[in-house]
Design a protein around this ligand. Structure first.
Ligand code: NAP
Length: 278
């Protein structure tokens, strides 16, 4: 179809990526809804989406996904949404360095790599939108989330730099900053926690048992205060894709907006006092 806009999205098996894939397709976009696991691609194809694998942990998979995308479009692409990611809940002092490296591989280095693979196409056509799924935790850190916080803080610095460097090219770099959104992010962090963290060796082993694990393994289904459905992110993603001059940052949920203001106003120690209460 002529004039139809196209987007490649990562991490579409659940949560924000899943909703964005369906929501953007409904809004007329051609969506390449990639997933880490082939069985999720098959499920999405059954639902009428175009889907093929893209695993941030595999360079070959990213190369193949970019080739597949450009093959299907005839060499063009309007946007990419770097969305797939996960967390490793733990205290910073208990994170093996290799755990941090692994988390950075998916949440940061692979997103750099995928973006680099697409930039020649964006440059050639003179336009493109690079959407990065950051977080309120990309600028306000919470305890027990050091690995995830660090990857998102890195993403923010990376995106701010790339935006400056691409000024005047027609290519926009956009940070999406959600707060609490209904998804599988907590459940999906469990295998990473179990792989890397040994609470028995921690100086705060009681806190792991009585606090972190209670929350991690709880299936109460009770949403966080201020939690919004993934569709709230999709609406903002659509806005950022269609705005004639997109903003550098889109803040979603009350906590994100609140902490963005507080971070500018409060001394760090005062902000710490608030963050310790969250
Ligand atoms: N939910 C929130 O409150 C919230 C708030 C702020 C920001 N975010 C951000 O939103 C994005 C989506 O998260 P979500 O909340 O929708 O959580 P989710 O339901 O857990 O979805 C995460 C997605 O990332 C995928 N993923 C994980 N490792 C991957 C890899 N190696 N290669 C490709 N994809 C991979 C997962 O695939 P599998 O199913 O195969 O593991 C899944 O599709 C993340 O960047 C997250 O940081 C979420």
């Amino acid at each position: 179809m002529t004039g139809q806009k196209s987007i490649l999205i990562t991490g579409c098996s659940s949560g924000i990526g899943y909703d964005a894939a369906h929501g953007l397709k409904e809004r007329g976009w051609r969506v390449f809804a990639t997933c880490r696991k082939p069985q999720d691609c098959a499920r999405l194809e059954d639902e009428g989406l175009e889907s093929f694998p893209l695993d941030y942990e595999s360079q070959d998979s990213m190369v193949a996904a970019v080739a597949e995308t450009l093959n299907r479009t005839g060499g063009t692409l309007d946007a990419v949404f770097n969305n797939g990611a996960y967390g490793i809940p733990a205290l910073v002092e208990d994170l093996p360095t290799d755990a941090l490296r692994a988390n950075f591989e998916t949440n940061f280095f692979a997103q750099h790599e995928l973006t680099r693979q697409l930039l020649p196409t964006f440059r050639k056509q003179g336009h493109g939108r690079i959407l990065m799924n950051s977080s309120v935790l990309g600028f306000a850190a919470l305890p027990w989330r050091g690995s995830y916080n660090s990857t998102k803080f890195a993403m923010e610095g990376w995106a701010d730099t790339l935006r400056l460097e691409l000024d005047g090219t027609g290519i926009d770099v956009i940070l999406i900053e959600p707060g609490p959104i209904t998804s599988r992010i907590r459940e999906n962090s469990i295998p990473h926690y179990e792989k890397w963290i040994d609470p028995e060796t921690s100086a705060r082993r009681e806190d792991y048992k009585n606090k972190l694990e209670k929350r991690l393994y709880s299936d109460s289904g009770k949403p966080d205060p201020f939690e919004l459905p993934a569709s709230a992110v999709t609406s903002v993603v659509y806005k950022s894709l269609t705005a004639s001059r997109p903003k550098a940052r889109y803040r979603i949920t009350t906590p994100t907006r609140l902490f963005a203001v507080l971070k500018r106003l409060l001394p760090t120690r005062w902000l710490d006092t608030l963050l310790l209460k969250v």
